[in-house]
Design a protein around this ligand. Structure first.
Ligand SMILES: NC(=O)c1ccc[n+]([C@@H]2O[C@H](COP(=O)([O-])OP(=O)(O)OC[C@H]3O[C@@H](n4cnc5c(N)ncnc54)[C@H](OP(=O)(O)O)[C@@H]3O)[C@@H](O)[C@H]2O)c1
Length: 485
């Protein structure tokens, strides 16, 4: 019987060395090198059940938190024994982990532990990779990926797995950290779909994440948005089928030839909208709509200032605000961009590199200020956005594309009964999925009819993702930059 394992440390896969800790077994110590356990496939570790729970920065439950707590049940399956031995069923052994993929590191840890104790009976079975891939939910995908990295180079596991190309990174930093590599295909969850990606919109958040955000796996596949054709549907999915054209939203994973997403985060792409256009929709347009209406409560006749009007979110804000009957002011980085922005409904463009935008707003509104500011620039700009608000004005902070210091002095708010609201669209997708679904279906319909427009500034092949990210950081783009796998 394999031993009870009640506590595991994660495998340090970079070091290609497995560390296993057991609370009954004393302190951390190195287990076998993966290469030391050759295999003829007589036993394998099977992921039986995985429970995941998202946690926020202080370890509290948070449905949109970046950390994931994983509790894992695994079985060591002997080829010569009819029954499974469950070795990891210990709900107390869950560990706060920064990424889903570490589930399989735990499985490997269990395996290594079992190998240690029954060296003659259990041997490394490279088929564990295939098993991990069949595990339910995205954990399976990340598990396979982790396994690929852990064993692939030394044991050729990768060659047995279906692979796809992706733009990945092993550490955050400048655009050059992006590499174009083979990674395991994503796994279709019972309530999910796998998409053959035809276009990827690079979001401002993707660039920030690559520069210094959290990585869910090593390598990490960045990316919130894509569009393509459904290749596979999960067993529980009833409202999508293979061949459907969809755009999709995800926490990460869009910079790839294929992406696995929950079906609830997909939208059918109407006729008349290209994949490149559709890929640009969910994050930018959903965020813009919520900033203006759900949280900004914008009404016809009101004045709104949109910061960075040539950005993906900004261009959507300008058009939606104009359509709603607002007077639209917007900051923009160059004269060329300003001319283009006017075509989309900007009434008063402000070249913020040439003039102080807060002074300009006071002048343009004859000292009244605006009713709403949507600010995705952050840093000092956000502080000065507050100075643009009129009586009962509302400011929305929705991003920090400037990567500036987000310290804020709220003093300008109280004298005019003004307010500041933070918006994270991901929380709305999670908590208000029916509302968000209908809202984005409507926007996609209006885009297909030509009543609204997405702007694709430039397309790059996926293999040139680093150049595409660098181009965005040069601030030459107007609208979205799209990758084509
Ligand atoms: N909270 C949410 O749910 C949510 C959702 C979507 C996006 N966001 C955030 O919103 C921000 C914008 O996203 P996006 O996708 O619209 O960005 P984007 O399309 O990549 O736009 C970037 C543009 O911002 C302008 N900009 C103005 N000041 C800047 C500065 N100091 N540094 C760099 N660029 C500056 C630049 O144009 P000019 O040079 O012409 O000014 C630049 O081209 C990001 O921070 C993103 O993370 C948040």
């Amino acid at each position: 019987m394999p031993p009870e394992c009640s506590d595991f440390a994660l495998a340090d896969s970079l070091d290609r060395r497995l560390l296993v800790s057991g609370s009954e077994r004393g302190p951390l110590r190195p287990a076998r090198e993966p290469g030391a356990v050759g295999g003829d496939g007589r036993a394998h570790v099977d992921l039986v059940h995985v429970e995941r729970e998202r946690r926020g920065p202080r370890g509290k439950r948070d449905p949109v938190g970046a950390a994931v707590r994983v509790a894992l049940e695994v079985a060591v399956v002997h080829e010569h024994a009819p029954q499974r031995h469950v070795v990891g069923l210990d709900r107390r052994s869950d560990v706060a982990l920064p990424g889903l993929e570490l589930g399989v590191d735990l499985a490997l840890a269990v395996h290594a532990r079992a190998v240690e104790h029954e060296a003659d009976a259990l041997e490394q079975d490279l088929a564990v990779g295939a098993r991990a891939r069949e595990a339910p939910g995205p954990v399976g995908a990340d598990a396979a990926q982790a396994l690929h990295e852990f064993l692939g180079a030394d044991h050729g596991v990768g060659a047995r797995m279906p692979l796809m190309k992706a733009a990945v990174y092993y550490q955050t930093g400048k655009p050059e950290v992006l590499r174009y590599e083979d990674v395991p295909d994503p796994v279709c969850a019972p309530n999910g779909v796998v998409i053959d990606v035809r276009a990827i919109a690079i979001e401002g958040g993707d660039v920030l994440n690559r520069a210094g955000g959290m990585m869910a796996a090593k390598p990490h596949i960045v990316g919130y948005n894509c569009a393509g054709v459904i290749r596979k549907v999960g067993a529980q999915v009833t409202d999508r089928k293979a061949g459907d054209r969809v755009c999709a939203l995800m926490m990460h994973g869009s910079h790839a030839e294929r992406a696995a997403v929950p079906v609830a985060a997909t939208w059918l792409v109407p006729e008349g909208l290209s994949f490149a256009q559709a890929a640009c929709v969910p994050v930018a347009w959903g965020t813009a709509h919520d900033c203006l209406f759900e949280f900004g409560r914008l009404k016809a006749g009101e004045c709104v200032l949109v910061q960075a009007g040539g950005s993906g979110v900004g261009l959507a804000c300008v058009q939606l605000a104009k359509r709603a009957g607002a007077v639209v002011y917007s900051t923009i980085g160059s004269k060329d961009k300003l001319e283009r922005l006017k075509e989309f409904g900007c009434d008063h463009g402000i070249l913020y590199r040439e003039v102080d935008f807060a002074d300009a707003i006071r002048e343009l509104t004859k000292g009244k200020g605006v009713d709403l500011v949507v600010d995705a620039v952050g840093g000092d700009t956000l502080q000065r956005s507050l100075l643009c608000l009129g009586y009962r004005g509302r400011a929305i902070t929705v991003g920090n594309v400037s990567r500036g210091d987000m310290k804020l002095d709220p003093a300008p708010l109280a004298p005019g009964n003004r307010s500041l609201t933070g918006v994270f669209f991901g929380a709305e997708v999670a908590f208000q999925s029916a509302r968000v679904r209908a809202m984005l279906d409507g926007i996609l319909r209006d885009l297909a009819r030509g009543e609204l427009r997405t702007v694709v500034d430039r397309e790059f092949p996926l293999r040139e993702a680093a150049a595409a990210h660098a181009y965005i950081e040069s601030r030459a783009a107007f609208g979205r930059v799209v990758l084509i796998p």
